[in-house]
Structure formats: structure tokens, C-alpha cells
Design a protein around this ligand. Sequence first.
Ligand SMILES: C[S@@+](CC[C@H](N)C(=O)[O-])C[C@H]1O[C@@H](n2cnc3c(N)ncnc32)[C@H](O)[C@@H]1O
Length: 260
Amino acid sequence: MSVDPNRPSAARIYDYFLGGTHNFAVDREVAERAFTLVPDLPQMARDNRAFLRRAVRLAASRGIRQFIDIGSGIPTEGNVHEAAHAADPDARVVYVDVDPIAVIHSRQILGDDPRTVVLQADLHHVDQILDDPAVRALVDFDRPVCLLLVAMLHFIPDSPELHTALRRYRDALAPGSVLAVSHGTAGSHPDRLEDLANLYVRTGTPLVLRDRAAILGLLDGWELLDPGLVHLPLWHADPGDPPVEDPDAYAVLAAVGVRT
Ligand SMILES: C[S@@+](CC[C@H](N)C(=O)[O-])C[C@H]1O[C@@H](n2cnc3c(N)ncnc32)[C@H](O)[C@@H]1O
């Protein structure tokens, strides 16, 4: 994927949802149109980042100190490296995104931190990611890893290549590794979300809103931890988190699985 300032990007639209500044006019235009369809999007983006942090903390509580985040976007405040380093300052983090602008911003944010690596790569290119010399130098694949595919699989259409890639990541990781996933669904507003999906067509990473069974299919081979695949804010909610008033209206599901 090359840099085209006239083409919106999922990473930068999401940054705008989060109140960030790493976005262009073209991204803000799509984001504003998206708000009119689904006004809860900024809250959903914040909830998603909060899930990501809870998943990192859970992995850290299981002794995991290595994190590979594919579809990492722009790692602004409260991202994987911060949660991982809060648990252990020596934790290793690999950020991977297909979007070159997300990668440039990630490198700017992380500087020359020796505990992190940023790669531009597509999830489907398993060898490019796992055999990258910088990744090999940072990650010990004989020890468990936390793989994060957070709010990213809904930008990837189903194909045999996707399922092969997911199987290969699982097979490459040591037993005890965990996979954290969040994924958009149509929820109880399929009409509005179909319009939302249409907005993303121009990004080059169209939105694919799978149903629950299809998301579980992507998690094949991972033993889901309690409470399974649930509405995002309900997954290991922190004490003090506000109650979810209408879980059925919620359009993002999340789960964490273990490689046994
Ligand atoms: C909504 S952002 C999520 C960012 C971050 N994971 C989070 O949850 O805070 C989705 C990211 O997935 C990336 N992405 C989409 N398709 C991808 C692919 N095939 N390989 C790698 N990254 C991809 C997009 O560029 C975008 O940065």
C-alpha cells in the first residue's frame, strides 16, 4: 500500500475517532459521515482501546512479556507498549501495519526504543512478519507471545489465504501464547452499518462485518478464556466501568484465546 493523501485510511479515521491529530482532511470527512450513521463510534473506539489494554494486562498476568500487534494503527496514548511496559519495563512489542502512514507515525512515537519494532506488512504475509530479522532479534518464539488482532480482522475479507495465515500464526507461537481479537458486527443496526461499510470502500481496506459464528471461525484452534466472545465492554470489565445499558446494540465483540 502506498501513501495517497487523497485516499482515506482506516488507521487515520480511527485516530480521528479517538480525538487524535494523525489524520488528513479526507479521513476527517469519512469519519464525520460515519458519525452521522453511528454516533457511538468515538465511544466504541475508546472502548476498543480499553479492551486492548485489558487484554495486554491479562497476558502479562499469565507471564507473557512479548507482544505482536498486527493492524496496530497509530499507537497513540494508552496503547500496547504502554500497557506492556507498565507490567514489565523489559516487555517486547512488535507493531505491524499495512498502512505506511501508520508506520511512519508509529516510528515517530516510539523513536529508537530498543524494546519495540515497527514493520510495514500485510497480515497475510506471515513469513515477512515472523522471519523479519528485527522481529527475530526481539521475540523469542520458544516462549509464549500475545498476538493482538484488535479491530483489524473486520478490514480483511474471508479467503483461504486469511484462514491459512491465522493457522500459521497459531502454529508458530509457543503453547501458552494468547490471541486477543476484537471485531465489528452488524449488531442491532444492520442497515446503518451497511452504509458505514460502504464508506470504507475508498480506504482500500473495506469493512467486513462478520456475524458471531464467522468471528468464532477466525478463532479456530484457540481455547477461549472466560467469558468467551462477548460485547467488548463486557470482556473483563474493570471495576468502576459504567454498566452497558444495551449490550444488544453493541456492535463490537471481543475474545482472548490461549494456544494449548
Ligand atoms: C481500526 S485500526 C485498529 C488499531 C489498533 N489495533 C487498535 O485497536 O487500537 C485497524 C488497522 O488495521 C490495519 N490493517 C487493515 N488491514 C490490514 C492488513 N491486511 N494487514 C495489516 N494491517 C491491516 C489498518 O491499516 C488499521 O491501521
